[in-house]
Design a protein around this ligand. Structure first.
Ligand SMILES: [Zn+2]
Length: 362
């Protein structure tokens, strides 16, 4: 049983609009929030919607519990929990964005990072048989190079490759790639094209919506303020050969004369990059190894642990940059970066016609 094509929170002409028109209305509706109602007028909270497993057409896989919190914060509306079959050990959260019914779960299970990705994917698709598209969203490590990726930026994986043999580094002969490049299914590629077209028309529009969306989640929920503010965060990219001085501590005592000189950006909006994401089963915290991988096959960022899952879930991987895969790696950007990746996914879904998740067979 599908949800109504045009839910009441959207105008009746919504499904007929182009992606761009939907994005403009979406942006304006975010601006207008609360403007039309009397702030002093008490309103009784309505109970959350109760749907069925068959109503959920979009899957959102969070790569960690931090990414999961960011994903939940992005929901326009949350739905009631569903009764699961006996023996189901996974935890799901439900809600909607732009009228699309979304189920969120976390990939931060030990089994998924090793060999169980296929069975987990089977389980999720079996539990939610109407899923039309899947997103894998989380924080990754940026790979500085020809493309100017910075902390908080978003990388949308138009392809994903897997690096292998990293645990044997500095034995460079052990490093390689599997030779398989995973690309998102057609429906998700169509959405990427829409988003790229929006950037082509106005490169500032999507980043500014993301910045505002990230800011708003902190206003709505004070417990996750750190997800929405980057004012106290420093974006430090050190030369590849300069190592971190105090393990386990921030870079306060690292020598700033070894910072890579970069042109300051005009604003603090995250930049959206479309391109290759590299995955591996080993977390990279070594600039030398990072640069070797880039020479082998360049990627905009490195994600650790979920490469197998992307293949089985047929998902679009959306990563944000939380560090530079070097010894200066520290977690202070993680929450903000999780929020920018989640906000991009929200914008992507917001411009997606409802008809795509309601009528097209995947
Ligand atoms: Zn450092």
């Amino acid at each position: 049983m599908f949800a109504p094509l045009l839910p009441p929170l959207l105008p009746p002409y919504w499904g007929c609009l182009s992606g761009f028109a939907r994005l403009v209305i979406y942006a304006n509706s975010q601006n207008d929030e609360g403007r039309g109602s009397d702030a002093n007028e008490p309103s009784a909270p309505s109970p959350p919607k109760q749907l069925t497993r068959e109503d959920y057409t979009v899957g959102w896989l969070a790569m960690s519990y931090i990414d999961q919190a960011a994903a939940i914060a992005m929901l326009d509306e949350t739905h009631s929990q569903l009764e699961m079959d006996p023996g189901n050990i996974r935890n799901y959260r439900y809600g909607e964005i732009g009228g699309h019914n979304i189920v969120i779960t976390s990939l931060d299970w030990e089994g998924c990072k090793a060999t169980n990705a296929a069975s987990i994917a089977d389980d999720v698709y079996h539990t939610f048989p109407s899923l039309r598209m899947m997103f894998m969203v989380g924080v990754a490590s940026g790979v500085p190079g020809d493309v100017d990726v910075r902390l908080g930026d978003v990388v949308v994986g138009t392809s994903v490759i897997e690096y292998v043999g990293l645990s044997a580094y500095p034995d460079e002969d052990s490093i390689g790639i599997t030779g398989v490049s995973v690309i998102p299914p057609m429906l998700l590629r169509w959405g990427i094209q829409e988003m790229e077209a929006l950037d082509e028309m106005d490169p500032h529009q999507v980043p500014s919506i993301i910045r505002r969306t990230v800011h708003e989640i902190g206003q709505k929920n004070p417990h996750i303020q750190q997800y929405s503010c980057r004012d106290s965060l420093q974006d430090l990219l050190f030369e590849s050969t300069y190592k971190h001085t105090k393990p386990g501590k921030a870079c306060d005592e690292c020598d700033r004369s070894h910072l890579v000189e970069r042109t300051p950006r005009e604003d603090d909006c995250p930049v959206i990059h479309y391109g290759r994401i590299g995955t591996s089963s080993t977390i990279v915290e070594n600039a030398g190894l990072r640069d070797k991988l880039a020479q082998l096959k360049p990627a905009l960022c490195l994600e650790s642990g979920n490469g197998r899952a992307i293949d089985f879930f047929k998902a679009l991987m959306v990563c944000s940059i939380g560090d530079y895969a070097d010894s200066h790696k520290n977690p202070e950007w993680e929450q903000y970066a999780a929020a920018t990746a989640a906000a991009y996914t929200k914008v992507y879904l917001g411009q997606l016609p409802l008809s795509l998740t309601k009528t097209i067979e995947s």
